[in-house]
Design a protein around this ligand. Sequence first.
Ligand code: PEP
Ligand code: MN
Length: 269
Amino acid sequence: MEGLKVIEKRDKKIVEIADTKVGGGNFLFCAGPCAVESKEIMEEIVSYVKISKVNLLRGGAFKPRTSPYSFQGLGEEGLKILKETSRKHNIPFITEITDTKYVELVFKYADGFQIGSRNMSSFELLKEVGKTGKPVLLKRGMSATVEEFLNAAEYILSEGNENIILCERGIRSFDPAFRNILDLNAVAFLKKKTFLPVVVDPSHGTGRRDLVEKLAVAAMAVGADGIIVETHPYPEKALSDGFQSLDRDEFLSLAKSVEKFALFLGYEF
Ligand code: PEP
Ligand code: MN
């Protein structure tokens, strides 16, 4: 693989997002809505995710939607809601950053950046978040090779920021039966190849809420350091990705499986 310098070299990295440790035997259980919609919905989500061992919240305030006419996110108002909910319940949060012009703003509010599939190759953005030193959950581009994914992480590393979590979120395939194909080969491979924690997003990886729990457990079996899932109390009314968002009961069922399996695998959790 070409161009890799830092990523192959070192002892396993433990990334810290506020008090949440990821990697080196520390398991990440991240959950939240695809998009932040309101303070009330966010509160409702936390009221049930708190029953489980979720140690990181997620939620988009800037949404990179396929159509410009779809809900684009609440922007700074969404960041405020995330911060307020996160501080009230003492669970840190990450949120997606879509452009270099938002680096200062997102830095100010969030405990960590999320770089989405559509921006994995936005090299200026990778460099800018690299400069901040703040943790970054970097998602694999939907058509990116593993080598391209690793080089994207190198962009962040090249600015001196080693606080990176790699996230497999599914790749495009010929088969319209699923939104994406979750590439568990890549997860097992990345765990061997890099010193960074590797987590899995079975929500985007399948695109179907009835498959999320199964693939979450499968991801753990191949060595993932954590999972990130979408949940919404009323998936059919969600403004983004409702079809793959777990409702309360589905989420609690997944949490039970994840926690049981994490214990079995000996994770700190
Ligand atoms: C998301 O996490 O809501 C998201 C947009 O994911 P991805 O970048 O993997 O499509
Ligand atoms: Mn989503």
